[in-house]
Design a protein around this ligand. Structure first.
Ligand SMILES: [Mg+2]
Length: 149
């Protein structure tokens, strides 16, 4: 028997789908390729993931990986600058003179987006890496190494 629309839970219907980090890696990297941020992995008129070009070996030069790491760092710095100069709440997203979202959380999103983009390009399963490191972190002592932060 088919459920009537009125009988369905509206909260579930209106909730956006939840995706895994692995899904986001692929989605974000494909968009980055389409927007021209990975020109060095376009072969002819065919766009391929870099790791597929050389039959399983990563075709992305180390200098490009370094460039991508610098850009991740730049996004962290943008978040820091936002924290230093902006007075609005950290979770607020605002639109200043157009459709571009701005805010501390948006800068943190840029950090995550760039990391996921790089992970997909390098065929890194960051979801698995996070799981492994988180499980290890659970075994570490309180403030291991007597660090202050
Ligand atoms: Mg940014």
């Amino acid at each position: 028997m088919k459920a009537r629309y009125d009988d369905l839970d509206k909260d579930i219907i209106n909730t956006p789908p939840i995706h895994t980090l692995t899904w986001w890696q692929t989605e974000i990297h494909q968009l980055a390729i389409e927007k021209g941020w990975w020109p060095h992995i376009v072969v002819g008129d065919k766009v391929e993931a870099a790791h597929k070009i050389l039959d399983g070996s990563v075709a992305i030069p180390t200098s490009v990986i370094i460039e991508k790491l610098c850009l991740i760092h730049a996004e962290v710095s943008e978040a820091l600058e936002f924290l230093r100069y902006e007075k609005m709440s950290l979770d607020k997203i605002q639109y200043m003179g157009g459709s571009k979202p701005e805010g501390f959380s948006i800068e943190l999103a840029d950090v995550v987006i760039r990391i996921l983009d790089l992970c997909c390009a390098l065929d890194i399963n960051i979801e698995e890496a996070i799981r492994v490191k988180h499980e290890y972190n659970k075994t570490r002592p309180y403030r291991h190494g007597n660090k202050t932060a």
